[in-house]
Design a protein around this ligand. Structure first.
Ligand SMILES: Nc1ncnc2c1ncn2[C@@H]1O[C@H](COP(=O)(O)OP(=O)(O)O)[C@@H](O)[C@H]1O
Ligand SMILES: [Mg+2]
Length: 146
């Protein structure tokens, strides 16, 4: 386990969640308080990307009637921090282990309802895909990567 620093928050790197990694690295961090957070740190030259994603999170959270937008826990010049949501649909996740390989209809409906709502406010979310809709054990749906 490495130790890392998340602006004032000492944390332990639990896992690298990075997928494509072109614009940013995404790390799962455990804070000293035991909280799991996600630290998305953008590469040099990706300022526009971090600013756009932070702006999207802030704007959408103001009209988040479906409660699908993660709260921003911390923001810096080249990173932001949001809570970690253990995704039960993911490989290794609870529902996946039980044999569920499809996204439940209720989850899709919630995502689409939220998308329609945001669209009605003038936001079209182009990066939406199943990998960016997380479902935790309580069934709460969270959308990421804007
Ligand atoms: N808050 C989070 N909770 C759980 N997993 C997350 C969270 N944020 C990101 N991830 C995981 O990390 C991956 C990469 O994050 P993402 O924001 O999609 O980065 P990129 O812009 O590089 O695609 C996601 O596909 C997802 O699997
Ligand atoms: Mg992504």
């Amino acid at each position: 386990m490495h130790s890392t620093q998340v602006v004032g928050v000492d944390g332990e790197l639990v896992r690298d969640l990075t997928t494509d990694g072109r614009r940013a690295i995404t790390h799962l961090i455990r804070t000293p308080q035991g909280k799991l957070i996600v630290w998305k740190r953008f590469h040099a030259g990706c300022n526009a990307n971090v600013q756009r994603e932070v702006a999207a999170l802030r704007s959408l959270s103001l009209i988040d009637d479906y409660d699908v937008i993660p709260p921003l826990l911390d923001v810096g010049d080249d990173y932001f921090v949001i809570p970690y949501y253990a995704d039960v649909l993911r490989k290794g996740g609870l529902l996946y282990r039980l044999g569920l390989r499809l996204m439940p209809l209720g989850v899709l409906r919630r995502v689409f309802a939220a998308l329609r709502h945001f669209y009605g406010h003038g936001y079209e979310l182009l990066a939406v895909c199943p990998h960016h809709a997380l479902v935790d054990e309580s069934g709460k749906v969270t959308c990421i990567d804007f």
